[in-house]
Design a protein around this ligand. Structure first.
Ligand code: GRF
Length: 216
């Protein structure tokens, strides 16, 4: 699909020789420092979407970007009452409204269900603060410390319906120090993520973004 009316310059040459432009939707739940790094790298972000009020939305506002709050509280909150499929449907609907091509999770705290992967097959990326398949889940940094790991790191991967289990695109190690707390270790991992994630996203864009493509 060629979109010549867009103002973004990231893209690749199609076989016809015209530029295929890519529109990124970034999903956040937290402080948004990874989002900041993506913006600093001038990636073509068209919308920032959050599942809760968070610092990432303020970063979007400060950057003059469109943002969407699809609040989990409106879908049953965080317990067993959470309507995950309905929430996922609302997220996909919002991303479609912004004509998003590539979905970039940057500290997003909700696992999306199959309809998101049907809508964006092979086009949802995530960064995780451990060397997957080691230490999947929400407490990856704490788990690495508790296991006595001397090396951990971060992983950029394609998201699938199974949490932290999709094909790995890039990884980088971070040494654990004997005096590390979860906070100090996570911050050093995030320093790497802020470099590795934008670089990997650029490679994905350069390789071409399309349903079912093998981006490894
Ligand atoms: C990152 O470590 C990411 O891997 C994890 O959440 C963190 C996001 O950090 N899923 P921030 O909110 O962008 O600072």
């Amino acid at each position: 699909m060629v979109r010549e009316s867009r103002s973004f310059t990231a893209g690749r040459m199609s076989s016809a020789g015209s530029v295929t432009l890519v529109r990124l939707g970034v999903l956040v739940s937290g402080t948004g420092t990874i989002l900041e790094a993506l913006l600093a790298e001038a990636l073509p972000v068209v919308v920032v979407l959050s599942d809760r009020p968070c610092g990432g939305l303020q970063i979007a506002a400060d950057a003059g970007l469109a943002s969407e709050l699809v609040d989990r509280q409106s879908f049953g909150g965080y317990g067993e009452t959470f309507a995950r499929d309905e929430f996922t449907g609302a997220v996909v609907e919002a991303l479609k409204r912004y004509d998003v091509d590539l979905v970039v999770m940057a500290g997003f705290g909700t696992v999306l269900t199959q309809p998101a992967h049907d809508a964006y097959e092979g086009r949802i990326l995530n960064t995780h603060p451990a060397l997957l398949p080691a230490f999947p889940g929400w407490h990856a940094v704490e788990d690495a410390l508790a296991a006595g790991a001397t090396v951990t790191g971060c992983t950029v991967h394609l998201a699938t319906v199974d949490m932290d289990a999709g094909p790995i695109l890039a990884q980088e190690e971070v040494a654990v120090r004997s005096d590390d707390t979860a906070a100090t270790l996570h911050e050093r991992i995030k320093e790497v993520e802020r470099r590795l994630y934008p670089a990997t996203i650029r490679k994905v864009i350069a390789a071409g973004v399309g349903p079912g493509e093998d981006l490894r």
